[in-house]
Write a protein that binds this ligand. Structure first.
Ligand SMILES: C[S@@+](CC[C@H](N)C(=O)[O-])C[C@H]1O[C@@H](n2cnc3c(N)ncnc32)[C@H](O)[C@@H]1O
Length: 399
């Protein structure tokens, strides 16, 4: 009971904070739409101090570190557990570690742990360099010819040797884990900082057929790249901001958001999360090459894709039900949804409805909008934010 009372107080002062917020020069707009209180402002921006450089790996539909930082700083204290059950590249758990909270997270795609874990406890650059020297670069194993659409033959040889060596490590140490994470991020992109020839941005992957077309259109052939040198360069960049401070041990897993077996009842103080938005992002296609490199059977990963809002809402409800089990009384959920279907479908309403009847107080919807248009209608949320870069966050407090 005492915990719940403390949570109420935290929520009240948090809501006051949202109402009064004008740190970036504009007052908060408050709107009641369909019975839902909205708080609209520019709560964090690109103008703010950049997030920690360790966040700088690409992932489709990831959120900015300022988003979890906003909630972690206001709703938790050091040592508290902060969870993301759809963790993607691990923005929430990493930010939790950087703020000395306990990082807790999971994702249905095993790739997610491989991207997150190494950045919670990064190795020294020297250890990365020494480990790269131990890789058996002359043993490429299987070399899928079709990948020559992306890579120079010698680059593909190096890449396959690294993959083969990584898959052979039964218990990868920290530098090995780190090297795999960096390599996963350098597979494809559109600058010489990546292993591939010019292709789509690094968080998306062209199919082989699409890449053959891109090459023909641009009249390009994959140039030779030095895989180890690129890994070292990116490592140096990621490590330049220093390591996370000492923090409670992380608890990461692979699994569905509605079955968080690795998380104990009432153990989490804050959830900051963002599920897939209907079928907007093709995670499977985007992550196909990364899964190949990591030895993950991409076809076996059951990523949620929902054509209809009803199906999506059912998934959200199941996830919220599980979150009701793991969040402690007085703990909070910040559940982010983006704009879909050109801003015509307000997914935050679906989340709001999905929480009905569950043991949560529904506090409101916070909209972080980076620019407002002048368009106004009676309550504004839809029109005013259409086409802008907005995060809509449903705020819940566990009763
Ligand atoms: C919008 S992304 C999250 C991005 C994350 N906030 C970040 O900053 O990287 C949604 C994630 O949900 C994962 N996912 C899809 N269906 C899932 C499910 N049923 N359970 C858990 N994770 C799922 C996808 O693999 C994807 O990584």
């Amino acid at each position: 009971m005492r915990e719940a009372a403390a949570g109420n107080q935290a929520a009240d002062s948090f809501l006051n904070d949202l109402r009064r917020f004008d740190a970036l020069g504009t007052p908060t707009r408050r709107i009641l739409a369909d019975g839902i209180p909205y708080f609209i402002n520019e709560y964090w921006t690109a103008r703010q101090r950049q997030g920690h450089v360790l966040h700088e790996i690409s992932y489709r539909a990831c959120f900015k570190p300022q988003l979890p930082a906003f909630f972690i700083s206001r709703l938790t204290g050091p040592g508290d557990a902060v969870l993301d059950p759809f963790m993607g590249r691990g923005t929430t758990p990493l930010q939790a570690a950087l703020m000395q909270r306990r990082p807790v997270g999971s994702d249905i795609n095993p790739l997610s742990i491989l991207l997150t874990r190494p950045r919670l406890a990064p190795p020294d650059e020297g250890a990365v360099a020494a480990t790269l020297q131990r890789v058996t670069w002359d043993q490429p194993g299987d070399m899928p010819d079709e990948l020559l659409a992306f890579y120079h033959p010698q680059t593909l040889r190096q890449l396959c040797a690294l993959r083969h060596w990584l898959l052979d490590q039964a218990r990868p140490d920290a530098p090995t884990d780190w090297i795999r994470m960096v390599a996963l991020n350098r597979l494809t992109g559109h600058s010489p900082g990546f292993f591939s020839v010019y292709t789509l941005p690094p968080n998306q992957a062209a199919s082989v057929a699409a890449q053959v077309r891109i090459n023909a259109r641009r009249g390009q052939v994959p140039p030779l790249r030095d895989v180890a040198a690129i890994i070292l360069r990116k490592s140096r960049q990621l490590l330049q901001g220093g390591k996370p401070p000492p923090h409670p041990a992380a608890n990461l897993a692979t699994g569905k958001a509605h079955e968080l077996r690795h998380v104990a009842d009432a153990s989490v103080s804050l959830v900051v999360t963002s599920p897939p938005f209907l079928d907007v992002v093709q995670y499977r296609q985007d992550n196909a090459l990364r899964c190949w490199f990591a030895g993950i059977d991409a076809g076996a990963v059951k990523i949620d894709m929902h054509r209809t809002e009803v199906a999506w809402q059912t998934m959200v409800r199941a996830s919220l039900q599980e979150l009701a089990r793991v969040v402690r009384p007085g703990g909070h959920i910040a559940f982010e949804v983006g704009e879909v279907r050109g801003g015509e479908m307000l997914l935050e309403r679906s989340v709001w409805q999905a929480a009905e009847g569950l043991p949560f107080a529904r506090l409101g919807v916070m909209v972080n909008a980076q620019s407002f248009t002048k368009t106004a209608n009676c309550w504004g949320v839809n029109n005013n934010l259409k086409g802008t870069n907005s995060n809509r966050i449903v705020l819940l407090r566990r009763m």
